[in-house]
Design a protein around this ligand. Structure first.
Ligand SMILES: [Zn+2]
Length: 198
């Protein structure tokens, strides 16, 4: 009985050696196989967003209210505005806007225009989820243009207050359009004495 047990023991040991050898052979084969480098190609939109994210002011934007804080910082430090205290309500929910028209397809609605100290902006959640960072900036600057600067739509050029909205801008073009927005270049403003706003 004793000798039989040790024979079985030897057989197991041999199987174990066989498996070990086989595994080692496979590892060797892996080591000599071709190294595959993932082919990462960034889209123009992603490359554009990286440039915006590298900007010291835009790069700080994390949440919805940060868009207002960035807009306020730029307006006050670079263009001489004093926006004062504002009660800021920005939601990615179009249904909160008391709109008098069918605006299901709107990317955003500003409904605090001509109201002092109040920012009321409703953003289309579906569009927001799809938009690149720089397109979100264009949309927010457009809505804040309506709400805070009381700027109306203009047509026929690729300005921030244009409708339809420009799709995307390279950073240097955005900064030029942003300057035109804050400087009021070519803008048309709401008549806040109009009963519509009162
Ligand atoms: Zn608009």
């Amino acid at each position: 009985m004793k000798s039989k047990t040790s024979k079985i023991g030897i057989v197991f040991a041999m199987i174990a050696i066989t498996f070990t050898t086989k595994c080692a052979n496979e590892d060797e084969a892996d080591a000599t196989s071709e190294i595959v480098i993932p082919n990462i190609v960034k889209t123009d939109s992603q490359l554009r967003d990286e440039a915006y994210r590298a900007d010291p002011i835009y790069g700080e934007i994390k949440n919805l209210e940060d868009y207002w804080l960035a807009f306020k910082t730029i307006g006050e430090t670079q263009y001489g505005y004093d926006f004062g205290d504002q009660e800021v309500k920005i939601f990615t929910d179009l249904t909160i806007a008391n709109s008098d028209s069918d605006r299901d397809d709107a990317a955003g609605i500003a409904y605090g225009s001509c109201e002092e100290g109040v920012i009321n902006i409703a953003i289309n959640a579906d569009y927001w989820a799809e938009y690149s960072f720089n397109r979100k900036l264009i949309l927010m600057w457009h809505e804040l243009g309506h709400d805070v600067l009381n700027a109306a739509h203009i047509e026929g050029e690729r300005a921030i207050m244009n409708t339809p909205l420009p799709d995307e801008y390279d950073l240097n073009i955005f900064k030029k359009e942003e300057a035109d927005l804050f400087n009021g270049t070519d803008l048309v403003f709401f008549d806040c004495d109009d009963p519509y706003f009162n």
